[in-house]
Write a protein that binds this ligand. Structure first.
Ligand SMILES: [Zn+2]
Length: 198
C-alpha cells in the first residue's frame, strides 16, 4: 500500500502532467487525434522513412505535441493514422529535455533480461495489463536528419522502446497477452463500442 508521501507525489505528478497537457493543447500548431483499436492502421506495418526534410521535422514536433496533449510518454505515427516508421518517446513527460527521443526506422539490435510490468496504450484507453518484455534493449535508429544513432534503455525506457517499435510493425501490447486474456479484452472493447463508450 502506498504511503501518504508516495500518494502525494503521484498526485502531484498527475497534476503536473495535466497542466503540461493543457498548456500544449493551447500552444500547439497542430494536434493529431489518436486512433483507437480496432482501427486497421494499428495492425499494419509502417513504411520506412526515406526523405529527411523540414516536413518530417515539423511532423515530429506535431507528434510530440499530440503525445503530450494525450498525456502519453510514447507515440508511434500509426497511432495518428500515419503509417510510417516514426516514433517519439519522453519517459520524463517534458521534465528532462534529454529524455526526448525521436526514432525513425528503429531496429532492436540486442535485448537482455525480463520485465513483467503493467502497460497501457493511448490507442487502448483505460486498459492496463502486465506484459512480458526484455529488461534492456539496444536500438539503432535514424534522427530527423537521417543520421544513424544507437540508444540503450532499461526499465521504463526499455518497455517504451519495445512498445513503440511494436506499433511500427502493427503489434499492440494486447498481442503479447495469452489468447484468453486478449479475447476478454476484445470482448470488453466490443461491449464498450456497442454502448458508445469507446
Ligand atoms: Zn501504444
Amino acid at each position: 500500500m502506498p504511503t501518504e508521501t508516495q500518494t502525494d507525489t503521484a498526485e502531484a505528478k498527475r497534476a503536473a502532467r495535466k497542466a503540461t497537457s493543457e498548456a500544449v493543447r493551447k500552444s500547439a500548431k497542430k494536434l493529431h487525434e489518436v486512433v483507437k483499436y480496432p482501427d486497421p492502421i494499428l495492425m499494419k506495418k509502417g513504411e520506412l522513412v526515406t526523405e529527411f526534410n523540414d516536413e518530417l521535422a515539423q511532423f515530429v514536433e506535431e507528434m510530440f505535441d499530440s503525445m503530450y496533449a494525450a498525456q502519453g510518454i510514447g507515440l508511434a505515427a500509426p497511432q495518428i493514422a500515419v503509417s510510417k516508421q516514426i516514433t517519439v518517446i519522453d519517459i520524463s513527460f517534458n521534465e528532462r529535455p534529454e529524455d526526448k527521443l525521436v526514432l525513425i526506422n528503429p531496429v532492436i539490435l540486442e535485448r537482455e533480461g525480463t520485465l513483467y510490468e503493467e502497460e497501457g496504450c493511448l490507442s487502448l484507453p483505460d486498459i492496463n495489463e502486465k506484459v512480458k518484455r526484455a529488461g534492456w534493449v539496444k536500438v539503432r535508429a535514424q534522427d530527423v536528419k537521417g543520421e544513424f544513432f544507437e540508444v540503450e534503455g532499461e526499465e521504463l525506457l526499455a518497455r517504451a522502446l519495445q512498445h513503440e517499435i511494436d506499433h511500427l510493425h502493427g503489434v499492440l501490447f494486447i498481442d503479447h497477452l495469452s489468447r484468453l486474456k486478449r479475447d476478454l479484452i476484445i470482448r470488453r472493447i466490443k461491449k464498450l463500442q456497442r454502448n458508445g463508450d469507446w
